[in-house]
Design a protein around this ligand. Structure first.
Ligand SMILES: *[C@@H]1O[C@H](CO)[C@@H](O)[C@H](O)[C@H]1NC(C)=O
Ligand SMILES: *[C@@H]1O[C@H](CO)[C@@H](O)[C@H](O)[C@H]1NC(C)=O
Ligand SMILES: *[C@@H]1O[C@H](CO)[C@@H](O)[C@H](O)[C@H]1NC(C)=O
Ligand SMILES: *[C@@H]1O[C@H](CO)[C@@H](O)[C@H](O)[C@H]1NC(C)=O
Ligand SMILES: [Cu+2]
Length: 226
């Protein structure tokens, strides 16, 4: 969960976010290389006493400064494309959950098991327990097993919402009349919080998502108790 003064990424909770952080580091490294090169050339230009008053064209340098940025862009574009397809891919999900956005709460359906279905509202401040996070805790949490591929189907009944778990690298729009899907695998246990990420009306800030990532056994126990 993001807290005050946290500058870097959240502690990742899925294999997807691992790849996203790798790509972030990769892109940032290229950015630093460009910044350093440009800064070096600019300081050199400023402190250089010589100049070339009659230089009007230079085919060699023009070729170089066209090809080099193109190559750099390819080095960013190819991993980025790979990542897009990885995020889009659905690999034999074990569990499918359906989340439906409403103004202003989420409904979850676990159609794999006896049609478990519940609404998930933000925990009102006067009902919060000391260990609850303000504006992030919900009354019915989304319980999911870890290390199992999960597919999320999203839709909406009114306006566009967005189902988002920043620490898992998950963000899917919930559009009315459409079913969007995404798959991810949680790689550890814990509580992962998110919020609706599409301005959807007056109580947009008050429809949080709380994922409870637990072991297979506990998950089955939870399923049986519902
Ligand atoms: C889960 O993935 C994150 C990266 O997203 C990594 O930092 C973390 O160590 C992983 N946890 C486990 C238990 O593998
Ligand atoms: C959802 O939360 C409400 C209010 O706390 C509760 O009455 C209801 O039983 C819960 N439903 C499920 C499926 O847990
Ligand atoms: C849960 O079950 C799935 C499928 O059998 C397995 O791949 C996964 O490793 C299990 N999770 C844990 C935490 O053992
Ligand atoms: C927003 O939520 C609060 C508390 O849950 C509620 O009192 C209020 O009526 C809601 N606003 C709208 C426009 O529905
Ligand atoms: Cu919303």
């Amino acid at each position: 969960m993001a807290t005050w003064k946290s500058l870097m990424f959240l502690d990742g909770s899925s294999f997807l976010l691992e790849q996203l952080s790798f790509f972030h580091d990769h892109a940032l490294l290229i950015l630093m290389m460009i910044t350093c090169t440009v800064a070096y050339i600019m300081t050199n230009l400023i402190f250089n006493k010589y100049n070339h008053r009659f230089l009007l064209e230079g085919h060699m340098i023009e070729t170089i400064w066209t090809i080099l940025p193109a190559l750099t862009l390819i080095f960013i574009a190819l991993p980025s494309l790979k990542l897009i397809y990885m995020i889009d891919e659905i690999r034999n999900p074990l569990i499918t959950i359906k989340t439906i956005g409403h103004q202003w709460y989420w409904t979850y359906e676990y159609s794999d098991f006896n049609n478990i279905e519940f609404d998930s509202y933000m925990m009102p401040i006067n009902e919060m327990k000391p260990f609850h996070f303000r504006l992030l805790e919900v009354d019915n949490r989304t319980v999911l097993p870890y290390l199992s591929p999960i597919r999320v189907l999203t839709s909406s009944t009114d306006v566009i919402h967005s189902w988002t778990i920043p620490s898992s690298g998950v963000k899917i729009d919930a559009s009315p009349g459409r079913l969007n899907q995404m798959s991810f695998t949680l790689n550890r246990t814990g509580m992962f919080y998110g919020q609706c990420s599409e301005i959807c009306g007056a109580n947009h800030s008050f429809m949080p998502i709380a994922i409870e990532s637990i072991s297979n056994m506990s998950f089955l126990k939870w399923v049986n108790s519902n």
